[in-house]
Design a protein around this ligand. Structure first.
Ligand SMILES: Cc1cc2nc3c(=O)[nH]c(=O)nc-3n(C[C@H](O)[C@H](O)[C@H](O)COP(=O)(O)O)c2cc1C
Length: 393
């Protein structure tokens, strides 16, 4: 058990340790985008093109990054994004992530495609509210059942992911033969032999397959039938009428994830959802789409005041959170920054990732002459360094 992580000073440090500790197929699953990965790369690099205005001689005492997301108080405007197979980055990964988020005071989102189940996470966090991300499948009976399970698990919001009815291709996943648990091929066994920490964790847990699905969805009793089941089950006919149906059935707060277009943002507002997430799925779906931060300003403008606008994609620092907030995102979600912390050191690694981002956010906000996150707006940006994408040089 590692307790002192003071040598870990940035998210990149966590990524490098995760790369050493996590089996190649699961590390690659996290650290990749679809096809040429151009959108995946743009998510990060576009943040770096936005410049912050440094201000001086401002009283910087009594600073705070606290704000709200969906009316819920949060330690900073950051939530943990839903990520599938999280329990393969580290044994019991979803439970560890949810615990770290609870202690830090930020929301945790559990994916439909998680390893630990809704019930596992609820029990391990003493029924502390978390969010559940829903993929819409053809089998509506199964969806109804998932919604009921999320209610029973005390989930406080349902995040409907709208951008994954069909799958973008990640070359590495195919080449690595991604599966959970990994198949005992010579290549996998040789790689696993170099990951003793990960293997020990997996030996110590019973959670090694999709906990929300196996034993719950019709005809899925083991993993061999699961991959074909997934390909057949994601509903390519998903429509705004389905969103309405789910909203009614759920009866609580709704977050719509995967909005990249101003027209769709208006549909999201009309649907009565409480928040939308500007997201290209971390560059894992439509390769060639703009970065999320480039798409954000037009969506903020189109959405108006009737819905909270959040964003995810490419956030690797508190400076990134600050820039997203400056461009109008009330909140942000982190996927890989969370996964790298988890894969590197388990729960303390997630706590460290959150701590790093919060400290960077606090200090950078102060350099911009602001003492409270709610004072951050476009005026902290160097005019001309946004909006993105930039015209060609
Ligand atoms: C390994 C991995 C698995 C993911 N699985 C899901 C998922 O199950 N459901 C979902 O809505 N989004 C999923 N996403 C997308 C994230 O929720 C989020 O949109 C994305 O990671 C944000 O980009 P970032 O990783 O650069 O922070 C996944 C992302 C990654 C990296």
């Amino acid at each position: 058990m590692v307790s002192d992580l003071s040598h870990i000073t940035c998210i990149e440090d966590l990524r490098a340790v995760a790369q050493r500790r996590v089996p190649r197929m699961f590390y690659d699953y996290a650290d990749s985008g679809s096809y040429t990965q151009s959108t995946y790369r743009a998510n990060e690099s576009d943040f770096q093109r936005i410049q912050l205005r440094q201000r001086v001689a401002v009283n910087l005492s009594g600073r705070s990054t606290r704000t709200t997301m969906l009316g819920q108080e949060v330690a900073m405007p950051v939530a943990i994004a839903p990520t599938g197979l999280t329990g393969m980055q580290h044994a019991d990964g979803e439970i560890l992530g949810a615990r770290a988020a609870k202690e830090f005071g930020v929301p945790f989102t559990l994916s439909t495609m998680s390893i630990c189940s809704l019930e596992d996470v609820a029990e391990a966090t003493q029924r502390h509210p978390f969010w559940f991300q829903l993929y819409v499948m053809r089998d509506r009976g199964y969806i109804e059942n998932l919604i009921d399970r999320a209610k029973a698990a005390n989930c406080s919001a349902l995040q409907i992911t709208l951008d994954l009815q069909i799958l973008g291709q990640r070359h590495k996943d195919i080449k690595n033969g991604l599966s959970t648990p990994p198949r005992p091929t010579l290549r996998n066994l040789l790689n696993l032999a170099t990951k003793p920490h990960w293997c020990l964790g997996m030996i110590g847990t019973k959670r090694r397959t999709f906990g929300n699905i196996v034993g719950h969805a019709k005809g899925v009793s083991d993993l061999s039938s699961l991959s074909s089941w997934t390909a057949e089950q994601f509903d390519p006919q998903l429509s705004w009428a389905d969103v309405e149906w789910i909203k009614k059935r759920w009866g609580g707060k709704i977050i719509l994830k995967g909005i990249m277009d101003a027209e769709d943002a208006r549909f999201a507002v009309d649907s009565g959802a409480d928040a939308l997430v500007v997201s290209n799925h971390g560059g894992r779906q439509l390769d060639g789409a703009p970065s999320s931060i480039a798409a954000l300003p037009s969506i903020v403008e189109a959405a108006g005041k009737d819905i909270e606008v959040w964003m995810d994609g490419g956030i690797r620092s508190g400076q990134d959170v600050l820039k997203a907030r400056a461009l109008g995102a009330q909140g942000t979600l982190i996927g890989r920054s969370f996964l790298y912390g988890l894969g590197a050191y388990g729960q303390p690694g997630v706590a460290r990732a959150l701590q790093i981002i919060q400290r960077e956010l606090d200090i950078s906000m102060a350099f911009c002459g602001r003492t409270h996150i709610d004072q951050v707006d476009r005026s902290i940006l160097v005019p001309g360094s946004y909006p993105l994408p930039f015209p060609a040089a």
